[in-house]
Write a protein that binds this ligand. Structure first.
Ligand SMILES: Nc1ncnc2c1ncn2[C@@H]1O[C@H](COP(=O)(O)OP(=O)(O)OP(=O)(O)O)[C@@H](O)[C@H]1O
Ligand SMILES: [Mg+2]
Length: 471
């Protein structure tokens, strides 16, 4: 790219230089041709006027008619004017200056001779005048002047020819220089185009490799995400299994122990002597402690694995959960739960989401009222838990918190979506959407059902149950 630009600039610079120098030299040559042509005209005119002066002088010598003197003087003035022009024209050329000077001198001598003859004839010294004429001095001088004029004309003509040759040479230099410059510029253009194409190809290649790298990374991230999701789901199932196992153990082992202890205490109670109130008090206290232990065991078992879920179903389990929470926390509970038909995993997911939402409300919300709704739509079930508490910024949850993350994971593992809407001072709303895993109807039935869904109508309104529990 840089090489092409350098070649282009050098070619343009060279063309400018050649053009400018050729223009200057050609202008100077043309000026020289003009001066030489002027010189030619001047010398020719000078010789012509000299011949006219000689002819007028001869007329006067032969006739003594003074009418010949006026043309003689006019021609003499003209010749002097041409001599001055000649001096100016050859000022810059040393050789021609010498030749012009010889011519000027010869002209002066010729006029000296002609003036002398005219003066002698004017003084009526005809013989003397004729003698001067007959000596042929005038003729010689005239011939010498003509020869010098011819020589000057030849020199000027040669100069014109030389200048023309030089002009043609310069024209050729310009022609070839411009042609070379244009070729260089074309070469630079081709080079530039090739280099630009190469750069484009490199860019495309680089972009392709970047895209390939990005795709590879994306698929790697996707694969790892799906592996992590699988792992998290597996862990959640393992936790649920472990909880169920623990619940069974507690129920079977601890339950049996506590029941046996309660039976023993009952037996002991029936055999107590009537006159020992202190002993009776102790046994009564023991019975109460055992009852509390049994109740605690039940609560722990319920927490670990809500037996109500499999025994009574989701609706009843949720109602029990809400009632117990309301009683414990003294928060006003409102619920609108429509019966839903989901599989066991989704039932448990909904139960756990409500459980964690209520735990959070108890821990942080400082709420006075909580509303839980469960709605049945054509293709999905929507659960929402809303409180009027202090709210929080969902974008700024602590790193070590797992409740909301766990909820989201459970919901997404069922193919659903969790939305947390909250802001400080605005309360909190947790919304979970879970698909009902029903086969989607096709064609016209599908669009008709979509229209129904657009109006958000729940089709089981009449079956919903509403419960309000004051804490
Ligand atoms: N209903 C709510 N009202 C006000 N703040 C809430 C509510 N629910 C959650 N938060 C805020 O969101 C944070 C994250 O809750 P999340 O349940 O994920 O974690 P956590 O309860 O702090 O810990 P973990 O559930 O793991 O024991 C909480 O620390 C709390 O600040
Ligand atoms: Mg929590």
């Amino acid at each position: 790219m840089r090489a092409a630009l350098v070649v282009g600039f050098v070619a343009a610079g060279a063309m400018l230089l050649i053009n400018e120098s050729a223009h200057t030299q050609t202008a100077s040559m043309l000026q020289s041709v003009r001066v030489s042509s002027e010189l030619l005209r001047t010398v020719n005119s000078l010789l012509r006027e000299l011949a006219m002066a000689e002819s007028a002088q001869r007329g006067y010598v032969l006739t003594a008619d003074t009418a010949y003197l006026a043309p003689y003087r006019r021609s003499k003035d003209e010749v002097q004017k041409y001599v001055r022009q000649l001096d100016g024209a050859v000022a810059l050329d040393a050789d021609m200056r010498e030749e012009a000077s010889d011519l000027t001198k010869a002209v002066a001598q010729k006029f000296g001779e002609m003036d002398l003859v005219i003066r002698l004839r004017g003084q009526n010294k005809t013989d003397a005048a004729n003698f001067v004429v007959s000596t042929n001095v005038g003729l010689d001088e005239m011939q010498r002047t003509r020869a010098l004029g011819a020589q000057l004309i030849e020199s000027a003509s040669e100069q014109v020819v030389d200048n023309r040759v030089e002009i043609f040479r310069l024209l050729n230099v310009t022609r070839f220089g411009l042609a070379a410059g244009i070729l260089a510029a074309l070469f630079a253009f081709v080079l530039y185009t090739q280099q630009t194409r190469q750069m484009q190809r490199n860019d495309e290649e680089y972009n392709r490799s970047l895209e390939a790298e990005r795709d590879a990374l994306e698929s790697q991230v996707q694969e790892r995400t799906s592996r992590l999701t699988e792992l998290a789901t597996h862990l959640q199932h393992a936790v649920e299994d472990e909880r169920a196992h623990l619940a069974r153990e507690l129920h079977d082992e601890l339950g049996a122990l506590l029941t046996a202890a309660k039976l023993d205490v009952a037996r002991l109670k029936s055999r107590l002597p009537g006159d020992s109130p202190e002993l009776a008090d102790r046994v009564k206290h023991l019975t109460e402690t055992l009852n509390q232990g049994i109740a605690l065991k039940r609560r722990i078992i319920e927490d670990l694995r809500p037996s109500s879920l499999s025994n009574l179903g989701l609706m009843a389990s949720l109602e029990i959960l809400l009632r117990e929470f309301g009683e414990r926390s003294h928060i006003e509970m409102e619920s609108a739960l429509e019966p839903v038909t989901l599989n066991d995993t989704s039932d448990l997911t909904i139960y756990r989401v409500v459980q964690e939402s209520l735990t959070n409300i108890g821990k942080y919300a400082q709420a006075k009222r909580v509303t839980v709704t469960l709605k049945n739509y054509v293709y999905h079930v929507e659960l929402s838990v809303t409180d009027d508490g202090i709210g929080f910024n969902p974008g700024l949850t602590p790193h070590a918190s797992h409740g909301l993350v766990g909820m989201r994971h459970r919901i997404e593992a069922c193919g659903g979506r969790l939305d947390v809407t909250s802001a400080p001072g605005q309360g909190t709303r947790i919304t979970a959407t879970i698909p009902r895993q029903q086969r989607k109807p096709q064609g016209e039935l599908a669009s008709a059902m979509d229209d129904m869904h657009m109006s958000s109508d729940s089709y089981t309104n009449d079956a919903q149950s509403r419960t309000t529990v004051a804490g």
